[in-house]
Design a protein around this ligand. Structure first.
Ligand code: CTP
Ligand code: MG
Length: 344
């Protein structure tokens, strides 16, 4: 079948069948958050030894989707009572603050090493946010998690995404489909040469849902760490309605939206203002800024703009170079033919 643009488009009946296969396969796996709760307990015990006042909060996919996908890492933010009480406060970005965070993570790494001597540990200080990366165990007992310190933004933005994904039954499925596709195409930043993190893809999914009025705007200010549980509650996934018809339509419409409607030259995907109202010009994300801006020596691109809801002046799509933007378009075109490779 050909679309308006002359490109080949997968038949919707095939897409529906493929989507329902994807969902059945996911539902046949273990998706509950018990394995995460067990890691949470182990990490809590180590944190307790370093500083009993600190509490590890789980964020990332477990919080966003309310399920644990096999193979996904777990994200922790260790927060102090002050961080939690001031749950809408901005995260400190100074070098001094980063130094203190690194110190805490170093002390934690020493305890983790002592308690779990087979786990692989790496403390990464030079990133925008210092992070302790832990990989341990084999097979079903394997754990892989990242820990940050005194950073509320991840906890807040995960709660924000969750508040969107619970508004519409297809939303979490769409997020999972898009994430899996972005990893398989190599567009996901977790893959070598990838450029958009799962977090970025999730904002793209929510922005699309807002543009189509399938969800309503959640004020970014409404997410307060003081109201968020350290271990997010499990939200079982349900088989999509009408044999996946609505989800299949939504999936193909998502691809169409980013291929044909979204205007990357002028528009910014943003959850801060009503959808469609944020322009590159408003944020001064211009060619000139692109030529000037660097984060720790790395060039920032403003070709595919995703405004971080809590960080000031941060483009989540900053690694999308002109070449990667072309690749992104090619993969979207291919996704239209293959229903995100589900038919491939
Ligand atoms: N995050 C962020 N800023 C970024 C990247 C990530 O704040 N630039 C935070 C977000 O809270 C996000 C979490 O880190 O939810 C985890 O990021 P990521 O691993 O990209 O997303 P997940 O949803 O955990 O997906 P995956 O299953 O691929 O781990
Ligand atoms: Mg993650």
């Amino acid at each position: 079948m050909k679309g308006k643009s002359g490109r080949s488009i997968a038949a919707i009946s095939d897409v529906r069948a493929a989507v329902s296969r994807f969902c059945d396969e996911q539902l046949s796996r273990r998706l509950d958050t018990q394995p995460v709760a067990e890691v949470h307990q182990k990490v809590s015990a180590c944190v307790q030894t370093v500083d009993p006042a600190m509490t590890p909060y789980i964020f990332g996919s477990t919080a966003v989707l309310g399920v644990h996908e096999q193979g996904s890492d777990v994200d922790f933010a260790c927060l102090s009572p002050t961080d939690v009480q001031d749950g809408k406060g901005a995260d400190a970005v100074s070098e001094v603050a980063k130094g203190l965070q690194s110190d805490f993570l170093f002390r934690l790494s020493e305890v983790v090493k002592r308690e779990h001597y087979l786990w692989g540990i790496e403390l990464v200080r030079r990133t925008r946010v210092p992070v302790l990366r832990v990989k341990g165990g084999l097979g079903v007992d394997s754990v892989s998690f990242d820990v940050t310190a005194n950073r509320r933004n991840g906890v807040r933005n995960s709660a924000l995404l969750r508040a969107y994904f619970t508004q519409c039954p297809e939303a979490r499925w769409l997020s999972m489909l898009v994430k899996q596709w972005s990893k398989r195409t190599g567009l996901n930043a977790s893959v070598d040469g990838g450029c958009i993190t799962s977090y970025g893809w999730n904002i793209m999914v929510v922005y699309y849902l807002l543009r189509r009025r399938l969800v309503t705007l959640v004020p970014v200010e409404s997410c307060d760490v003081a109201d968020i549980a350290p271990m997010p509650p499990y939200m079982p996934l349900e088989t999509p309605q009408q044999g996946g018809q609505a989800l299949a339509d939504m999936l193909m419409d998502f691809v169409r939206y980013y291929l044909d409607e979204f205007a990357p030259e002028t528009e910014v995907m943003s959850l801060t203002r009503a959808a469609g109202e944020t322009t590159k010009e408003m944020l001064s994300w211009t060619k000139q800024a692109e030529d000037m801006a660097r984060i720790r020596g790395e060039k920032i691109h403003y070709r595919w703009c995703i405004e971080d809801p809590y960080e000031y002046d941060l483009n989540v799509g900053r690694n999308v170079t002109p070449f990667k933007l072309m690749l992104l378009r090619k993969h979207l075109e291919r996704a239209q033919e293959t229903a995100l490779l589900l038919l491939a």
